[in-house]
Ligand binder design. Structure first.
Ligand SMILES: CC(C)(COP(=O)(O)OP(=O)(O)OC[C@H]1O[C@@H](n2cnc3c(N)ncnc32)[C@H](O)[C@@H]1OP(=O)(O)O)[C@@H](O)C(=O)NCCC(=O)NCCS
Length: 152
């Protein structure tokens, strides 16, 4: 397993990861390659989007790090990082999330961020436990959501 910065060529593989998560959770969300390009790879606020690639060259997960700008959809304070993590259920609990966060944390430090926000569904126990394990703590709880922050 290795990580690298996502490029346009990864959009299809990243969309496949989203489809596998949808199949697993039953929760619909956009997942085609053009959505992935706009939302993760080519977003103007992106600091780094990192993909995890298995030994056969398949993308098994990705993690995006963006800079919070005024009016962002999560109401994250301006200047913080915003993280999002998407890993195929085929490889859950094998350390992929941990590997991705070591790359993201490094990118955040290089970008001079002091804090990273994670916006998690309150009904997503694995997401909550994952971010706890990565050193995030809850700082606010809008309805149905838990927002956690990591101090760098
Ligand atoms: C949450 C998610 C990112 C975790 O990724 P992962 O690759 O399985 O995580 P890792 O294997 O690196 O786990 C790191 C640590 O997180 C914690 N953790 C992760 N998943 C967990 C779970 N289901 N239950 C309990 N602890 C968990 C553990 O402490 C784990 O360390 P350990 O396995 O040594 O005990 C992954 O399940 C996922 O992408 N889910 C779908 C999308 C999602 O929920 N995204 C995040 C919230 S928006």
């Amino acid at each position: 397993m290795e990580t690298r910065t996502a490029s346009a060529d990864d959009a299809e593989g990243m969309g496949q990861v989203l489809r596998e998560i949808i199949e697993h959770t039953g929760r619909q969300r956009p997942h085609d390659a053009s959505f992935v390009m706009g939302r993760y790879i080519a977003d103007s606020t992106s600091i780094r989007c990192t993909v995890a690639v298995d030994g056969s060259g398949n993308i098994v997960g990705f993690q995006s790090l963006k800079k919070a700008v005024a009016g962002n959809p999560y109401d994250t304070p301006e200047g913080w990082g915003i993280i999002g993590t998407h890993i195929s259920p085929k490889v859950h609990r094998q350390g992929v999330g941990k590997l991705l966060f070591s790359a993201t944390r490094e990118a955040a430090r290089q970008a001079g961020l002091e804090k990273i926000d994670a916006y998690i569904g309150a009904d997503n126990p694995s997401g909550l436990k994952y971010y706890n394990a990565m050193g995030f703590r809850t700082y606010r709880t809008p309805e149905g959501i838990v927002q956690k922050v990591c101090d760098l």
